[in-house]
Structures are given as C-alpha cells and as structure tokens.
Design a binder for this molecule. Structure first.
Ligand code: NAI
Length: 331
C-alpha cells in the first residue's frame, strides 16, 4: 500500500520510520500542505496522510479521489480540517489517531505555567546576557493556589493530577464530572464560579461552536486580578483582542499560550527571516508577561511514536480490508 504524506516534518520522520519497519508500507514524504493545487501530487497513491494544517476541502478531496486515493489517514486526533460530507459523497474513508499522549500536553501546560509564573524565559535571557539582577523576577508559590481546569477529559485530568501534586486546590468545569478527580479532592462548579475563583485558569476543552471565544472580554473581566491564563487547548477558545486589552489594563498576571486562533501558516514555520504579518500576534508577543510556544504541547518522543504506530496500523487495517476502530464516522 502506497501512502502520500502531506505537510511532512523532520521531527516525525524517525517515529514513522520505526513504526513502518513493522508494517512495510511505501511512504512518499512531501513538505507541501494539502490544497486543491497540491492534491494532484498524490496521484497514484491509495492513501493520503494529513496533518493538522492540511485543508481537505471538497475540491482537494475530489482531486485526491480522481488520482486514486481511497483512504484519508489523519495523523491527528482532530478532524475539523476535513470536509467529512464531501469525503462520504466521494466514498473516501477517514481514519485518525483518537488519543496519543495526554501526558505530553498536560506536562507542557504545567511547564508553561511554571515558566510564566517564575519568569524563566526572562531570567534565562538575562543571565545569558550576564545580567544577574533579580529585579522583576518575583513569582508566586503555586502551593495553595486555586487552579481552575476547564475540560476534564484525558488531558485536563492529567493536568489536574499534576497540579494536585504541587499542593494546589483544583476546581473544575466540564459537562461530565470525573469521579476519579472528585475522589482526589477536585470540586466541580459552573464556568462562571470557576473563572471568578481561579488564580490559574487552564483550558483543556475542545473547540466547538459552543466553546468558541469561551474566554472573551466578559470572562477576562471576571477573572481574579493577577490570575494566570494557560491555553494548550485551541487558539479560538480565547478572544485574542480581548486578551490584548486585558493585558494592557494589567488586570491579569499573564498568559501562557501554545495555541493561537490564527496560527495556521505561522506556527510550525520558520518566519525568522521574514517577519510577522499578523499584528494581533505581534502585539500579544510584545507583552513581557506572555509566553507563546508554537503548538508544541504534543511534541514528545512518546506521543510521536504513538501517532506513528496508530496511523500506520490504521492504514494496514485498511489494506487488509478491515475497519480499524479509529474510523471517523461520516454522518
Ligand atoms: P477529551 O475528549 O478527552 O476531553 C474533552 C473534555 O471536554 C470532555 O471531558 C468533555 O466532556 C468536555 N467538553 C467538551 N465540550 C464541552 C462543553 N461545551 N462544555 C463543557 N465541557 C465540554 O479531549 P482531550 O484529549 O483531553 O483533549 C482536549 C483538547 O486538547 C483537544 O480538544 C484539543 O483541542 C487540545 N489538544 C491540544 C494539543 C496541543 O498540542 N496543544 C494536542 C492534543 C489536544
């Protein structure tokens, strides 16, 4: 079975080579993202393997199908970048990696929080410059602080456990209560109460029409003065312009972000020689109490290895004429 990889990155290659030593599939690597223009590149391949920035719209899917593609194998959990209706009409099947490592994302959220709270990026840059002054580097003990976890699915639960280990009081909001977390002393409350009570607010909820701009100007106004916001969920959970206004007013203590609502075409790319065209992101980056990483929360060896194993076993199951269980239901 021949697989055409769109938007292939060097960081994932080793994990896929290792996983493929068991499967023996033919892989063609391509750094171009899937668009209607690049869809023709997969001509002659039965599988198109996509990452989060590929856009599988109806036009691109039609060209893939005409070129012989029968399966769309996503190397991600999310599938909001695939036009599922078009895929169904074209008879294309879609598989994904429903979960890889919740620990990777939860630990990155905790790292961002620690780095923001203790001003680690500023401190490191300062010491490299032989400036050993401590002025402006005062943080707070996390021990005893109230951490609000929005979304207690796989990642939110892993994050809550880490915070409990730090001696924090953990409160949570989710449409489904986790008995495991409750038994560990986590209390559930409404989003409104959680926002008002949290010293740290961490977002682990999926992006849906209901959760879009969940943290808007009203929510920022209800946050505790000096509170810290951590977002490793999806960029559009936070209204960026409202974040800028809040940071300008000095109301919250800072923000640590791994995602940004307009990250497509920016995150994952080296723009160091080109500059930034996105004025909103440029403004966000200008605040000393903001740290941003480029959607890297998933990026651990363990997570990459799990993504590779599951992606290729999904394809191998398809090749054997079986359903893998990781098929995206096309309603
Ligand atoms: P999950 O599906 O295990 O948990 C999601 C939780 O959100 C569930 O408990 C669900 O009940 C709750 N939920 C969903 N909609 C809700 C609503 N409207 N109101 C209240 N609760 C709601 O998902 P998981 O694996 O924990 O991932 C969470 C999110 O993390 C993903 O959706 C994704 O956006 C993000 N993520 C970010 C990564 C990164 O690299 N930055 C990597 C992987 C995931």
């Amino acid at each position: 079975m021949k697989i055409f990889f769109y938007d292939a990155h060097d960081f994932e290659r080793k994990a896929f080579d290792a996983a493929n030593s068991k499967q023996g599939l033919t892989i063609e690597w391509c750094s171009h993202r899937l668009t209607p223009q690049s869809a023709v590149l997969a001509r002659g391949f039965e599988v198109a393997c996509l990452f989060v920035e590929d856009r599988a719209d109806a036009e691109a899917l039609k060209i893939l199908k005409e070129g012989g593609v029968r399966l769309i194998a996503l190397r991600s959990a999310g599938f909001n970048h695939v036009d599922l209706k078009a895929a169904r009409e074209l008879g294309l099947r879609v598989v994904r990696v429903p979960e890889y490592s919740p620990y990777a994302v939860a630990e990155h959220a905790a790292s961002l929080l620690m780095a923001l709270n203790r001003k680690i990026p500023r401190a490191v840059a300062r010491v490299k410059d032989l400036n050993f002054s401590l002025e402006g580097l005062v943080g707070r003990d996390l021990h005893g602080q109230t951490v609000g976890v929005v979304g207690t699915g796989r990642i939110g639960r892993a994050f809550a456990r880490i915070m409990l280990g730090f001696g924090c009081k953990v409160i949570a909001y989710d449409q489904q209560v986790s008995i495991e977390l409750e038994a560990m002393g986590v209390t559930y409350c409404s989003l409104r109460d959680l926002i008002a009570a949290s010293d740290v607010l961490s977002l682990h909820i999926p992006l849906t029409p209901e959760t879009w701009h969940l943290i808007d100007a009203k929510a920022f106004a209800a946050m505790k003065p000096g509170a810290l916001l951590v977002n490793t969920g999806r960029g559009a959970l936070v209204e960026s312009v409202a974040l800028i206004e809040t940071l300008k007013s000095g109301r919250i203590g800072g923000a640590a972000l791994d995602v940004y609502e307009e990250e497509e075409g920016i995150f994952f790319h080296d723009l160091s020689g080109k500059g930034l065209k996105d004025d909103v992101l440029a403004r966000i980056l200008s605040f000393p109490n903001v740290i941003v990483t480029s959607h890297q929360a998933f990026l651990t060896l363990e997570a990459l290895s799990a993504i590779a194993e599951v992606t290729l076993s999904n394809v191998a199951a398809f090749a054997r004429g079986e359903r893998s269980g990781n098929e995206v239901e096309v309603s």
